[in-house]
Design a protein around this ligand. Sequence first.
Ligand code: IFM
Length: 797
Amino acid sequence: MNYGTFDDAAREYVITRPDTPRAWSNYLGSRRYGAIITNHAGGYSFTRSPAEGRFLRHRYNAVPMDLPGRQFYLRDRDSGDFWSAAWQPVGKPLDEFKSTTRFGPGYAVIESAWRGITSEATYFVPLDQDFEYWRLRVTNPGSATRKLSVFSYCEFTTEWNLIQDTLNLQYAQYISDAVWRDGIILASSCKRLPEDPQNFANHDQSRWWWMTQLGGTIAGFDCEREKFLGVYRSYDRPEAVERGACGNHEHFSDNGCGAIQSDLELAPGESADVLVLLGIGQGPKAKSVRAKFGHVAACERELAKLKQHWHALLDTMQVKTPDADFDHMTNVWGAYNALMTFEWSRSCSLVYTGDQRDGFGFRDTVQDFLGVTGMMPDAVRERMVLMLSGQDSTGGAQPEIRPWSHAPGKMKPTPPHHYRSDDCLWFFNSVPAYVAETGDVEFYNEVVPYADKGKDTVFGHLRRALEFNLTRTGRNGLPCGLLADWNDCLKLGYKGESVFVTFQVRYGLQVLADLAAKLGKPKDQKWALAELAKLDKKIAKVCWDGGWFIWAIAEDGTVFGTKKAKEGKVYLNTQCWAILSGAATPEQTDKALAAVKKHLSSEYGVALCNPPFAKTPVKVMRAVLFNPGNKENGGIFSHTQSWVVLAEIARGNGDEAYRYYRAFMPAAQNDQAEIREIEPYVHCQSTHAPASKKYGRSRVPWLSGTASWSHFTATQHILGIRPEIEGLRIDPCIPKSWPGFSVKRVFRGKTLHIEVKNPRGVSRGVKSLTLNGTPIAGNLLPAKLLKNGVTIVAELG
Ligand code: IFM
């Protein structure tokens, strides 16, 4: 069953049935002014930080899950009948109430029809502004005049700190107020305190926001929640709407809200607009924004600018393949998902609280670069420097970087027992990808401070990262897992050894050796190759269990991931990374992938391990606390799915790689959305595996490491359009049944048209390559030949 369709021409997903299995969401704005919106106009708004700058309230896991949000209620003044511009919260019967939601990059449009009145509510945050628009266009297509009232509604926080606002009511319910001045609701928290904009996290300062409405006759307002809703009611039946009139109540302590009433009279065929502007700042700011942006033409102009901005980013790469689902993801939603993940990290959604996850988690952020480097190389560079400056002089990383309080060179060193083992190793994936995209080889020589003290070149940071792991080894000489490797649930004891990190280190040593050769650093090259040889000996001795690679070795010598083990016998990550790091022999590669297929793969993706843990002590394997087949306890962890795809690609198996890719590709499940339940246009953190009682259900949409890796994998490894320092490699690995595909790619500012033909039905291997008709030897297009508008034709065979 589907609840909507992809409209790639408009770059939108259109929800055609509003009763989606869960509320489906989209993002508005940027870190400057950000917001979440659902297909029921649920969601919240914040500035800079969803945890520290929250001014529209959202109660996590409430019933229903996404309200109140930003509502428009419509009321017929003759009959007294009322409804909402989205299906919820009023929830009129769906045999009569019609509604669709169009989600596009940075905006939402909710269209509805009820008893002869149609409406279109558009929500977005204009580029580089501190406010949001809600525009409601109401139309009377009927033959009689209609008298309507429109009520806007949103719920304010009292404290901009989410936890204080939600939990500490003995304090937070006495600090806020809101007044009505010159047609504007002026809301504040702690207004007698000075503002302290330089110190954003300081709670002891005043915060200000505002809301205004234009269109129709402004007939009233309410700023106190209980006055608008009534005490024993909810969002489906607000007292003011039922009565047909706001009560003009200002807010003082307790709970604030923004509700403004516009009365309309629509002749047959007539339309009218109601415009809400909601933003941060005080009265003068509100007035100047209203003067400049408070009319429909400005709203339309700003929406057009916003679309242009996002479309330009997506235009970096547009593909046409035989799989429409792949194209929906690659051209629009996979790219946009990666961009949103880069923007928000793990800080805000309907699921993430943003409290402990307000900054940039180290390992996640460094991986998030991979999917967006082609679209926004400058932003990636800037954030990469930030993250490199979060590496301690030991070579390990600070667990989280909060840009507003991060002071490179002056941070307290991370306590030794807080280090994760994988954090800085992700730089070996993301830094070369950035340099390959841009050709900015000089980046390796840029000097960046360490978080605590000292500084080094980017190349020096990379070497220091490897030294960190090579000097923290366990009883077999393999790198320790420390507090955790990629897997947060791995508790091996601080000196336990992570085979996953061992392979990451191997990968890093190889990257560093190659880089050192390119940059003319023979000493570093020699060092890396010598360390690699030593590590390979240990890998050969310790890590292979006959049929697959082991998982890890605990401090006490217990080996995880063996054929003898009853729980967690086969672990996905070490099979994949043995292959990706080059550690696996061809025979091991085949066996490891066969084990993945046999023990872990399913219709909806590959489980992280199998069988799940049940009796292993939680101190050793925290995953045991999750239900079997969920998350790290043998769930289908979406982040890791691309690694299987890449491992299959490494052995040239395009059919199997693609089968794995489609299994977790959201768009491929659009027609069984009732199984996955969450948004079919974005990735999720995990899916219940066959061992779970809810096999196939996916949870935690939008923000996870999945978006970045899957977009990278699709574009650079399945389609194989892969930047390298010297130029662009054309190296697809596709299903044999694909007759070919075409790509428009912007590379270093030049637009390239690439046609890949597959007349012999192979998966891999470029047989011939031409550039504007001239043959090119091999499959690397030299950068200097890549002029704007060139046509490249590759034939596989
Ligand atoms: O790798 C982690 C990530 O940092 C946060 N979510 C869970 C993943 C696996 O444990």
